[in-house]
Design a protein around this ligand. Structure first.
Ligand SMILES: Cc1cc2nc3c(=O)[nH]c(=O)nc-3n(C[C@H](O)[C@H](O)[C@H](O)COP(=O)(O)OP(=O)(O)OC[C@H]3O[C@@H](n4cnc5c(N)ncnc54)[C@H](O)[C@@H]3O)c2cc1C
Length: 499
């Protein structure tokens, strides 16, 4: 067990004859660090943020351990194989390629090279205007209606992003926009159809943001959240390829799986940081980087002693963290990619409630026999609680209610689903700006301890926080998680660079 203060470490160079180590990224360190006195860093969580932080801290300078509660790395990045295809149960897209560090990494390690042996979630044609929509019973939605409503939705969204409207929920903002649109329609228009088609875009919004209801989502989410410019693309070799690469570059043994951290003892007065692992082991560290999800922090799934300062706890409580789940099904015949316009008064009796706000049936590439449906909020939670057969029959009923494969019967023959809400290591999918929260709350979650919320010159930076929900304005994404890992590693490098 290594137990020493940072001051001891820095002083130790005067009476220690070990060699002084520098790595390429550390050559500018003003304060050399001795080989056997390397600061001990514990990173909690081996997702994108944790592995990136570990990768950024030179092993020549820091003794880094990554403690991961689960039995795999990657966290909310989880690529697997199903029905002869590579599927993503977690992150799917690189949201914008121009300047995205995730895109640069994927390109650099060859993850964007198509795999001739295994098809992947290419998602070609989605999301695009040329997608068609179908009503219950299998009737197509007229293209002009789809186009008109899609344009309305985009206009409302870009208006909200460009000239922030007075604070309100996204739900009420969209409803008033829709009402104004309906009022402008002539007498002959089918208002119910316009509403049903509008609801498709609301369902997509719920899956993109993971908000249970759009009434929970602050309209300011539109201005706070940023993506990189350019196309949104998927990763042919799988998203997990990225985290595998990050982990492979770490010294052997530095990532420890099955190590659930239950409590972190820190001390504004300057005692060392104790990291309690569920099996009773206690590790001592100079610094701990916590990367667990906002859902875990909200639920108190990781205890801090003393408790987190009220400013930080308040921000954690205010921000939104919702659920988005994916159900992948294997069908015996390819299905077209269609959006589903459910009737406003409720869907067909055969369609279960939890499928009634699904935006579409989406083959993972054109002609694929693997199709996915996305569920958000309480519908996702309900699906997670069902038996496999119930999920299969619910998806089957929905395919049937919307006319199957253009009149042909199409059978669901296999299913794989995510369960992000019920998994105690995540407790949801990603963060969003909830009504009552603000962009500053993301900054507050990122604030290290001791730091702005409780100063201590004795032993600063005992606990640092990384993860998607700490990275404004890139929250909820893999690039947000990645950048947050670099940010906290750089914070430590900067700390040891001090004159
Ligand atoms: C269904 C879904 C779809 C998504 N789609 C996209 C997308 O298309 N594009 C995109 O950019 N992003 C997407 N995301 C979001 C993206 O996956 C996340 O933002 C990102 O992966 C989060 O990384 P992280 O390191 O912050 O957290 P995590 O990946 O959650 O890593 C935290 C790690 O901590 C571990 N842990 C938890 N508790 C403990 C404990 N007590 N002790 C030790 N370890 C613990 C967890 O097991 C986990 O491995 C999606 C997410 C989901 C769930």
């Amino acid at each position: 067990m290594i137990r020493r203060s940072i001051n001891n470490l820095l002083n130790s160079r005067h009476h220690c004859n070990s060699s002084i180590l520098f790595s390429s990224s550390s050559s500018s360190l003003k304060q050399p660090i001795m080989a056997e006195n390397k600061p001990k860093i514990i990173i909690v969580g081996a997702g994108m943020a944790g592995l990136t932080a570990a990768r950024t801290l030179p092993s020549a300078l820091f003794d880094v351990s990554v403690l991961e509660a689960g039995n795999r790395i990657g966290g909310r990045i989880c690529t697997s194989e199903f029905a002869g295809a590579r599927i993503e149960t977690g992150a799917t897209w690189i949201h914008g390629i121009d300047g995205s560090p995730i895109h640069a990494l994927a390109e650099r390690i060859g993850a964007l090279v198509p795999d001739p042996d295994l098809p992947w979630e290419l998602m070609d044609g989605y999301p695009h205007d040329d997608i068609s929509a179908v009503r219950e019973g299998g009737r197509d939605v007229d293209d002009s209606v789809l186009h008109r409503v899609s344009t309305l939705y985009k206009t409302l969204k870009s208006r909200a992003a460009e000239s922030p409207v007075r604070r309100c929920s996204m739900g009420s903002y969209l409803r008033s926009g829709l009402q104004a649109h309906l009022d402008s329609l002539g007498d002959g228009a089918d208002a119910e159809l316009e509403k049903s088609v509008f609801a498709i875009f609301e369902h997509i919004e719920r899956t993109y943001t993971s908000a249970d209801e759009l009434d929970d989502l602050d309209v300011l989410n539109e201005t706070e959240y940023k993506e990189f410019p350019g196309e949104h693309v998927t990763i042919p070799r799988g998203y997990s390829r990225l985290v595998e690469w990050l982990a492979a570059e770490l010294p052997a043994g530095s990532v420890r799986l099955g190590r659930k951290v239950s409590r972190i003892d820190w001390s504004p007065a300057g005692a060392p940081v104790n990291v309690h692992v569920e099996d009773g082991e206690v590790l001592v560290a100079d610094h701990v980087i916590v990367t667990v999800s906002l859902g875990v922090l909200k639920a108190g799934g990781l205890e801090f002693c003393p408790a987190l300062p009220s400013e930080k706890a308040g921000a954690i409580g205010r921000l939104g963290f919702g659920v988005m789940d994916k159900v992948h099904v294997e069908v015996d015949e390819p299905l077209p990619r269609v959006l589903l316009a459910f009737g406003r008064g409720g869907s067909a009796e055969s369609v279960p409630r939890w499928m009634g706000r699904t935006a579409g049936i989406l083959p993972i590439y054109t002609g694929a026999r693997v199709v996915h449906v996305w569920l958000a909020g309480k519908e996702a939670v309900e699906m997670e609680g069902l038996a496999e057969e119930e999920v299969v029959s619910g998806v089957q009923a929905t395919i049937d209610a919307f006319g199957g494969g253009g009149g042909r019967p199409v059978r669901v023959v296999g299913m794989r689903r995510s369960g992000w809400a019920k998994d105690p290591l995540f407790m949801g999918s990603y963060s969003y700006l909830a009504v009552g929260s603000s962009g500053e709350d993301f900054d507050a979650v990122a604030e290290p301890l001791p730091g702005r919320f409780c100063d201590s010159s004795e032993r600063p930076l005992q606990i640092l926080f990384a993860g998607e929900a700490t990275q404004r304005p890139y929250f909820s994404t893999t690039h947000g998680a990645y950048l947050s890992g670099i940010r906290e590693a750089e914070r430590l490098l900067q700390f040891y660079r001090r004159p």
